[in-house]
Design a protein. Structure first.
Length: 198
């Protein structure tokens, strides 16, 4: 089974990726190689995922899988977007970001609270001639007026997926991994990797 480095320091993302992709490759976190995380200077989720994958692959000489994802809120013209993890500042934690988002949407009607999670996965092999494998997923819903649930991470307690009456943080992890933005992107990646193995 091929070894692929997960180019992320986010424990929540690592857990989801390992749960879903562990049967197609031997995934190891970048922390095993004592690699720092490069500055995310891209202008899109795909650009940032590629940037991280290239960096980690070059440092380890192994294939690298990077995820860049975030929340886009319609009323905020797509913010926090690629700045989702540091929306409330460079050292912000999940609670800080959620507090800021709720403050930005204070008094905003339910009809104007539409949002979507976006995920871009980039798998890059160290061979110079290889092209990256890019898979994307979008999960639509709306922002709640207060946090609900204890599962998940990031903005999950504030995000109500389309067609459901609960927050993302109230879903069982297995269910979330099937229907979320990352789950959709991972399903595409599994299909691509299984196709390569055949």
């Amino acid at each position: 089974m091929q070894k692929i480095v997960l180019a992320s320091g986010n424990k929540g993302k690592l857990k989801e990726l390992q749960q879903r992709l562990g049967h197609v490759a031997d995934f190891v976190p970048q922390s095993e190689f004592d690699i720092d995380t490069p500055e995310e200077t891209g202008q899109s989720f795909v650009e940032n995922a590629l940037l991280k994958a290239r960096y980690v692959s070059a440092k380890t000489g192994l294939p690298a899988l990077a995820d860049d994802s975030g929340l886009s809120v319609n009323y905020l013209d797509g913010a926090p977007g690629i700045y989702s993890a540091r929306y409330a500042g460079p050292n912000a934690e999940d609670g800080d970001n959620n507090f800021k988002l709720l403050a930005e949407l204070d008094q905003i009607s339910e009809d104007s609270r539409g949002a979507a999670f976006h995920c871009a996965l980039a798998l890059l092999y160290p061979e110079p001639e290889s092209s990256p494998i890019i898979c994307e997923g979008i999960w639509r819903g709306k922002i709640l007026t207060e946090p609900r649930g204890d599962n998940g991470f990031g903005y999950d307690p504030l995000f109500q997926p389309e067609g459901l009456d609960c927050s993302s943080a109230e879903l069982e992890p297995e269910h979330k991994n099937e229907i979320s933005h990352r789950g959709l992107a991972m399903a595409m990646l599994v299909s691509r990797l299984e196709g390569i193995k055949e």
